[in-house]
Design a protein around this ligand. Structure first.
Ligand SMILES: C[S@@+](CC[C@H](N)C(=O)[O-])C[C@H]1O[C@@H](n2cnc3c(N)ncnc32)[C@H](O)[C@@H]1O
Length: 171
């Protein structure tokens, strides 16, 4: 799984060393993979428990993990090459406002990498955001629009047939 994610991240992100903001970083799983590749990663999460675990996991790397709202990351005037979110956007109260803020944090030519899905076995019980809805939200933000990339089974496990995808947007 780790190798599979690493391979996909290499496809989706610019070459190291990019400045990457991992919003809703959780325990820092992706931040660790990226830092190991030589990227300069900053993590943000709302949960002190997640942050404590991420800091523990990232102890050997120079990765600041900040307590704050992903919708308005506490990074001041810093600008990034990549804003990365995995399994976060669907849970934000105002995803569009957050997307706008993230685009504003990017350097020219920067990338937004959204790893999201719509999880569940039935339409009624599914949670998340569909790729179509998220692509429509990303479109007005400028740039050439979002490219949708389906997951490979190696990153989500075998036998998964709900909607999992990555949206790559450039500004
Ligand atoms: C499903 S986890 C994903 C963690 C990580 N991105 C990963 O893929 O391993 C969602 C994370 O988003 C965080 N989160 C949810 N809403 C947030 C917000 N408004 N601002 C910052 N973090 C948030 C949660 O605390 C949790 O750590």
């Amino acid at each position: 799984m780790r190798a599979a994610w690493l391979s996909r991240l290499r496809e989706w992100l610019p070459s190291p060393a990019a400045e990457v903001l991992d919003v809703g970083c959780g325990t820092g799983s992706l931040a660790l993979l990226l830092a190991e590749q030589g990227h300069h990663v900053t993590g943000v999460d709302l949960s002190p428990g997640m942050i404590a675990e991420a800091r523990r996991k990232l102890v050997d790397h120079q990765v600041p993990v900040l307590l704050g709202d992903a919708a308005d990351p506490p990074v001041g005037d810093r600008r990034f090459d990549v804003v990365l979110a995995r399994h976060l956007v669907w849970a934000l109260p105002d995803p569009l406002a957050a997307l706008r803020r993230w685009v504003g944090l990017l350097r020219p030519g920067g990338h937004v990498v959204l790893i999201e899905g719509r999880w569940g076995t039935t339409t009624e019980s599914a949670v998340g955001v569909s790729a179509t809805a998220l692509a429509a939200a990303v479109e007005p933000l400028g740039g050439p629009g979002a490219r949708r990339v389906p997951h490979r089974p190696s990153t989500v496990g075998q036998g998964i047939n709900d909607e999992r995808y990555v949206l790559l947007a450039h500004v």
